[in-house]
Design a protein around this ligand. Structure first.
Ligand code: AMP
Ligand code: MG
Length: 419
C-alpha cells in the first residue's frame, strides 16, 4: 500500500516553496520592470496617474511680494516707538497694483493678495490702526516682513516641484495649475485582465443550484483595481475545465499587462490552473507563511505578469493588497509603494498560533480620551468577507506571535493607506 505523504506545511522550513512575506515581495519586485510608455493629459485627468517626468517650475509662485492681510502697506523705518501718523496716498487691490510713488511718512491701503510696493516692507492689519480721513494712526512699531508673502515662497523658478514616479493627489493638480501648466506627461494606464475559477461559481443574475455560490471575488477585485486607476478587463467566471482555462489565459495574457485569477491554486483535485500555467508560462507556486492567503502563484504568461490568488474571499483581498498592489504600483512607475503602519493599543485579546504572519481585521477608532485604538472585527475565517467590510485596518501579527492579551500594543495598516 502506498505510503501517505502529507502536503508540506508552511511551517516546514524544508519546503522549498515556503516563503515568508518579505521574500515573496522581493521576488515579485525583482521581476517587475516599470512601464516605459507615457502619454500627455490635461491636469484634471492626471489625478491618480503617475508622473513620467519631473515638473519643474518656470516661474516664482507667488510671482510678487503680496499682502497676507487687508490693511496698510508701510515702511517699518517710518514708525516711531509710540504713535505714528502716516498719510494714505493710494490703494492696492489684488490684481490691481498701486503704481504711484510712496514717500517717507506715506502709506497705501492694501488688500489681501495685492502687490506690496517696493517702498514698503510690512503690513499693518486694518484692525490695529485708527483712520482719520487720509491720516492713518499706528500705535506700535511693526517689524519688516509682517503679513508679507514673498515672491517664490511657495515655489521658486527652477524648483523640482513634483518628481517623476509620483502618483498625483488633489493638491498636486493645484500646484501644477499654479505654474500655469495645462498638460502633464504621465505613465500610460495599465491594462489588467482578471477572472474567477471554480465549478461552484455563478454570476449575478443566474440561479443558484445546490452547492453553488455567487462569485464575489470579481467584484472585490474590480473595486480594488478601480482604486488603482487601471483599465479593467473582466473575463468572467471560468469553470474548472482545462480547455476553457487554457483559452481564457491565452486571451487574457495577449490583451493585458497583468492577468489576475482567483481560486484554483491550492492543492484540490480540480485545481487545474496550476497545470495550465505550467504549459503556458513560467509560474511559481508558493506557500506563503501567512494567514489568510497561503497559496499564491506568480510568474509570466506571454508578455503578461500573472498573479494566481487564492479563492477564499478574504484571502483574495489580503494577497491583492500585500502583493499585487505594490507590484502594480511598481509597474506603473510609482517610486514609493510603501504603505503606512501605526502602533496602537488593541482593546481585545488576540488569538493566534506561532508559525505564520497574520493579517487580522481591525477597527481603528478614537476613544473618549482622544486616543486612537483598535479592536478585532470578530471571526477571522478567510471566508468571512464581511470582516473586510466591517474593518478599516489590518492588524499585523508576526510569525512568532503566540496570541496577545487585551491592551497590547500592535501594528496596524490602515486601509486608507492602501489606496
Ligand atoms: P479554491 O482556491 O478554488 O480552492 O477556493 C477556495 C474557497 O474559495 C472555496 O470555498 C471556493 O468556493 C471559494 N471561492 C473561490 N472562488 C470564489 C469566488 N470567485 N467568489 C467567492 N468564493 C470563491
Ligand atoms: Mg476552486
Amino acid at each position: 500500500m502506498a505510503e501517505f505523504t502529507p502536503e508540506p506545511s508552511c511551517a516546514d522550513p524544508e519546503d522549498k516553496n515556503r516563503l515568508d512575506i518579505a521574500a515573496a515581495r522581493q521576488r515579485i519586485a525583482s521581476l517587475v520592470s516599470p512601464l516605459n510608455a507615457w502619454q500627455s493629459c490635461p491636469i484634471r485627468d492626471a489625478l491618480d496617474r503617475v508622473l513620467h517626468q519631473d515638473i519643474i517650475s518656470s516661474i516664482h509662485v507667488p510671482s510678487h511680494n503680496n499682502s497676507a492681510m487687508d490693511g496698510y502697506a508701510i515702511n517699518s523705518h517710518d514708525l516711531a516707538k509710540g504713535l505714528s501718523e502716516l498719510k494714505q496716498v493710494g490703494i492696492a487691490y489684488a490684481g490691481q497694483p498701486y503704481t504711484g510713488a510712496i514717500n517717507a511718512g506715506e502709506c497705501i491701503r492694501i488688500m489681501t493678495g495685492a502687490v506690496v510696493p517696493p517702498e514698503c516692507d510690512t503690513i499693518a492689519m486694518q484692525e490695529l490702526v485708527e483712520v482719520d480721513g487720509d491720516i492713518i494712526k499706528i500705535h506700535r512699531p511693526h517689524p519688516a516682513g509682517e503679513h508679507v508673502r514673498y515672491a517664490g515662497e511657495d515655489l521658486k523658478t527652477g524648483d523640482v516641484v513634483l518628481s517623476a514616479g509620483r502618483r498625483l493627489v488633489p493638491s498636486d493638480l493645484g500646484l501644477i495649475a499654479s505654474l500655469g501648466i495645462a498638460e502633464v506627461i504621465v505613465k500610460r494606464r495599465l491594462r489588467i485582465a482578471f477572472f474567477s475559477t471554480g465549478d461552484e461559481l455563478k454570476s449575478i443574475g443566474e440561479v443558484l443550484e445546490s452547492g453553488q455560490i455567487y462569485d464575489s471575488n470579481r467584484y472585490t477585485l474590480y473595486g480594488m483595481l478601480k482604486r488603482l486607476d487601471v483599465d479593467i478587463l473582466d473575463m468572467g467566471v471560468v469553470p474548472d475545465d482545462k480547455g476553457q482555462l487554457r483559452q481564457t489565459l491565452i486571451d487574457a495574457s495577449t490583451q493585458a499587462d497583468v492577468v489576475i485569477t482567483s481560486g484554483g491554486v491550492s492543492v484540490g483535485d480540480a485545481d487545474y490552473v496550476k497545470e495550465m500555467l505550467a504549459e503556458l508560462g513560467q509560474v511559481d507556486f508558493w506557500k506563503i507563511a501567512m494567514r489568510p492567503g497561503r497559496p499564491l502563484a506568480f510568474g509570466q504568461i506571454n508578455d503578461a505578469l500573472f498573479f494566481g490568488l487564492p479563492g477564499n474571499p478574504v484571502s483574495v483581498m489580503v494577497t491583492f493588497y500585500q502583493f499585487v498592489t505594490p507590484a502594480l504600483r511598481q509597474l506603473m512607475g510609482e517610486a514609493n509603494t510603501e504603505s503606512l503602519t501605526l502602533q496602537v493599543v488593541c482593546t481585545d485579546a488576540i488569538r493566534k498560533r506561532p508559525g505564520r504572519f497574520e493579517y487580522q481585521r481591525g477597527i481603528l477608532s478614537t476613544n473618549p480620551e482622544g486616543i486612537t485604538q483598535v479592536a478585532i472585527t470578530g471571526g477571522q475565517g478567510s471566508g468571512i468577507l464581511r470582516s473586510m467590510s466591517t474593518a478599516n485596518c489590518f492588524i499585523l501579527l508576526d510569525e512568532q506571535c503566540d496570541g496577545l492579551p487585551a491592551n497590547s500594543l500592535v501594528t496596524v495598516q490602515p486601509f486608507a493607506g492602501l489606496i
